[in-house]
Design a binder for this molecule. Structure first.
Ligand code: ADP
Length: 383
């Protein structure tokens, strides 16, 4: 089956076409085409509807007379309703649209893509795969905010968690590497990209995660603040900040960018190595907070059997990993400096901890497109 995976960001649309055969289950299949439309919202590509039409044209050329068997859409926010991948129809599309306010940067483009893809390939089944659904197993004491119940009942204000597609994918790979069935896997998984989150997994289920109602809570990120005292927002509102200004402040002008001046981890570790104090402070803040979450989640998952790192930073930044692992020494975790430095640039999962480390630290490259393709094919086959 040929599966087209569509991943719409706020200003980009990435696609991947994969061939999934029954002969290679669980691998995400073989990629036969990929591409991206960037800078959506600027002159040439007005919106994600136009972007999808461009993707359809590219694919008409590259696929020739081979037919798509399914389209899988990554949808960031599934709200309280969507607890797993779902076959899309008109009602589902409307329900997704109702979730737009919960993820204003990410869900509206996905809804536009779903509608445009339904027009481009009217007879091809479409599936939505959610970043929130792996966290459906959060117990109530971790998904609740200590806020009045009415806010949850009226507005759905609770912790949802994100990055679930990636977390489950790398978690299953890590379990395989350790020779542990996924249903017995206890560990802490950190997805560290421009957005970053940590998740406590117990028995293959998410039991706590650092992102909450939106992908803003938790770790310090590229341009997002992560945790701040909500009193700061009340203070700024009283100073006359508007909702849009607060949104921009917290989502686009905070995090590594606010402290180091930009959000590229490679440039920040280079600058810190050259003695730049702001870059050093940004690293220290990000590493401290991540180590604190990992320590807390070691408890939350009942004693982690592994720490798993993924995402652009987790997979590639040896200096950042070294800094975080150094802070985990009180847990008995020991880095293997050579393995940490050597790792990088491959699809292989690998260990970066020393043989005498209390628990292994694994770097497992993520592949969200592969995971979405698998989930999409499974829904379509079960139809
Ligand atoms: P997104 O969340 O947008 O998918 P990625 O997972 O691609 O982001 O991660 C982006 C982050 O990874 C950036 O901070 C970038 O600097 C960092 N990164 C990517 N490659 C490297 C590398 N080779 N060394 C250090 N950091 C890297």
């Amino acid at each position: 089956m040929l599966v087209l995976v569509l991943n719409s960001g706020s200003s980009s649309l990435k696609y991947s076409v994969r061939r999934l055969d029954s002969g290679n289950p669980g691998t995400g299949g073989q990629e036969i085409a990929r591409g991206a439309i960037e800078r959506i919202g600027e002159d040439e590509v007005a919106d994600h509807t136009v972007a999808l039409e461009l993707v359809a044209e590219e694919l008409a050329g590259s696929l020739g007379n081979r037919q798509l068997g399914a389209v899988g859409h990554r949808v960031v926010h599934g709200g309280g309703r969507f607890t797993g991948p779902v076959l899309i129809d008109i009602e589902i599309t409307r329900a997704l649209e109702l979730l737009n306010p919960l993820a204003p940067l990410h869900n509206p483009p996905a809804v536009l893509c779903i509608r445009a893809a339904t027009r481009a390939w009217p007879n091809v089944p479409q599936v939505a795969v959610f970043d929130t659904s792996f966290h459906r197993t959060l117990p109530e004491h971790t998904w609740r905010y200590a806020l009045p119940d009415g806010l949850y009942r009226r507005h759905g204000i609770r912790r949802y968690g994100f990055h679930g597609i990636s977390v489950e994918y790398v978690g299953r790979r890590a379990a395989g590497l350790l020779g542990v069935p996924w249903a017995n896997f206890d560990g802490v998984i950190a997805h560290l990209g421009n957005g970053a989150s940590a998740t406590a997994v117990r028995g293959g289920r998410s039991v706590d995660t650092s992102m909450g109602f939106t992908p803003l809570e938790g770790l310090m990120m590229g341009t997002r603040s992560g945790d701040v005292d909500p009193g700061v927002l009340v203070f700024l509102l009283r100073q006359g900040y508007s909702a849009d200004e607060l949104d921009n402040l917290l989502n686009r002008d905070s995090g590594l960018k606010a402290v180091a001046g930009h959000n590229d981890m490679r440039a920040i570790t280079d600058a810190a190595a050259a003695g730049d104090e702001e870059a050093e402070l940004a690293l220290e803040m990000a590493a401290h907070r991540l180590a604190r979450y990992i320590g807390g989640y070691h408890v939350a998952c009942g004693g982690a059997k592994a720490v798993v790192l993924t995402g652009g930073i987790g997979e590639n930044s040896a200096p950042f990993r070294a800094k975080v692992l150094g802070k985990l020494e009180p847990l008995g975790i020991r880095a293997d400096p050579d393995a940490n430095e050597a790792a990088g640039g491959t699809e292989e999962a690998r260990s970066v901890s020393a043989p005498d480390s209390a628990i292994p630290v694994l770097v497992v490259p993520t592949d969200e497109q592969a995971a979405i393709a698998e989930a999409t094919a499974a829904v379509v086959r079960a139809r």
